[in-house]
Design a protein around this ligand. Structure first.
Ligand code: DP6
Length: 366
């Protein structure tokens, strides 16, 4: 598929107004997306678990307007107007306008809320941008008078929603469906593309079916480095080319691991990916350390506990200090006790979120 496939045919109906609500989850990358080219094209393929509990609910209300030259919208978070969210959405609208030509025809009210605590250091861009992309896709579906719910038309709906979400925030394209999503051209995964996320198409062992992710909120402050700045640091980065190559290799290595259920091999790749992501930030110019002392304390405690018990607990990190503790469901009783007794003390205000692998976004009303 190409970008051209997402330019719609002339719409068949006229709509004065309407409202639609979607909820969409966050996701956690196993092989990380870090570095991008123009038009939100990733420098390497990534794979993620879709999450279940960390999600954004967005209601989009639209009404026809007179002036069709400019975008017109307002944004609310938990009922409060958020002027500071507007530039990001304005950029998003500009990027997707040619794929959704109705955008200038309506005034939009975007009302959003997150299940995770506000400014928890958890990025809401993946769940937020995917929820908004899905709402816009529902408007387009009505305008196109598409009635059929065939597999084919649902597939196109999800692909275009992911394609649009990507133009809002790269990782958002991995939040439309579940449970394992690949984004980025890779010879290892058939059907993978830079344009949108696809479901991982191969056999996955039961060990990974209901994987747990307990998110330890180590530092809830504002992000030190925005993801846009972070990705840009990979341009002219001395280790960039090797890192991109490594991501391809790690995805390839994961394939037999996901099939066989080899948890030790899984852990080695996942933790190495997390530390490599941070190593990239530490070795860019300018350089950043995004881990906090408590991030390291948690990592060391996890390693010690794993050595002592033989249980399959591991960690991954995003571009921040919070730690995602990953483990198989069948080991969750002992591991959750360990987390509560030994790790929560390192969280800001003792805050953590229990999540697990999920299956993607849901239409709540239209
Ligand atoms: C470290 O998707 O937030 O979480 O495309 O600039 O919006 P933009 O970046 P974003 O980057 C996320 C990077 C990451 C790794 C990952 O999720 O793969």
């Amino acid at each position: 598929m190409t970008e051209q496939d997402f330019i719609p045919k002339p719409y068949r109906t006229k709509l004065e107004s309407g409202t639609v609500t979607w909820e969409s989850p966050s996701n956690i990358a196993l092989v990380k997306y870090w570095g991008k080219k123009e038009h939100q094209i990733p420098a390497n393929p990534s794979i993620s678990f879709t999450l279940n509990n960390c999600k954004t609910t967005t209601t989009l209300t639209f009404s026809k307007k007179e002036n069709t030259q400019q975008f017109s919208f307002e944004v609310f978070l938990d009922g409060e107007k958020k002027e500071e969210f507007k530039p990001k959405i304005e950029t998003f609208f500009k990027r997707i306008e040619s794929y959704l030509p109705f955008l200038t025809d309506y005034h939009f009210k975007i009302e959003t809320s997150n299940t995770f605590p506000h400014s928890s250091g958890i990025a809401s861009s993946a769940s937020g941008m995917s929820a908004l992309a899905l709402c816009l896709m529902s408007v387009e579906k009505e305008l196109s008078a598409i009635q059929d719910d065939s597999e084919e038309s649902q597939k196109y709906f999800n692909q275009k929603a992911s394609f649009l979400a990507r133009l809002g925030s790269g990782s958002a394209c991995r939040s439309i469906e579940g449970d394992l999503i690949v984004w980025g051209d890779s010879t290892t995964v058939e059907g993978s593309t830079d344009l949108f996320g696809v479901k991982y198409p191969y056999q996955v062992h039961d060990n990974f079916k209901d994987y747990q992710d307990t998110i330890l909120l180590v530092d809830k402050g504002e992000k030190q480095v925005s993801s846009t700045v972070g990705h840009n640091l990979m341009h002219k980065h001395p280790y960039a080319e090797n890192r991109f190559k490594q991501a391809h290799e790690n995805l390839e290595k994961l394939k037999p691991i996901l099939k066989s259920g080899d948890l030790d091999a899984f852990i080695a790749i996942i933790e190495s990916e997390a530390l490599t992501l941070h190593a990239m930030m530490m070795t860019s110019m300018p350089y950043f350390i995004l881990m906090k002392p408590n991030t390291l304390k948690i990592i060391n405690k996890i390693w010690r506990f794993r050595q002592d018990t033989g249980l399959h607990i591991c960690f991954t990190l995003d571009a921040g200090a919070n730690v995602h503790v990953l483990y198989p469901k069948k080991e969750s009783k002992v591991i959750l006790d360990f987390i509560k007794n030994e790790l929560v003390a390192y969280c800001q205000n003792g805050q953590f979120i229990c999540d697990q692998v999920g299956f993607g976004a849901k239409l709540l009303s239209s």
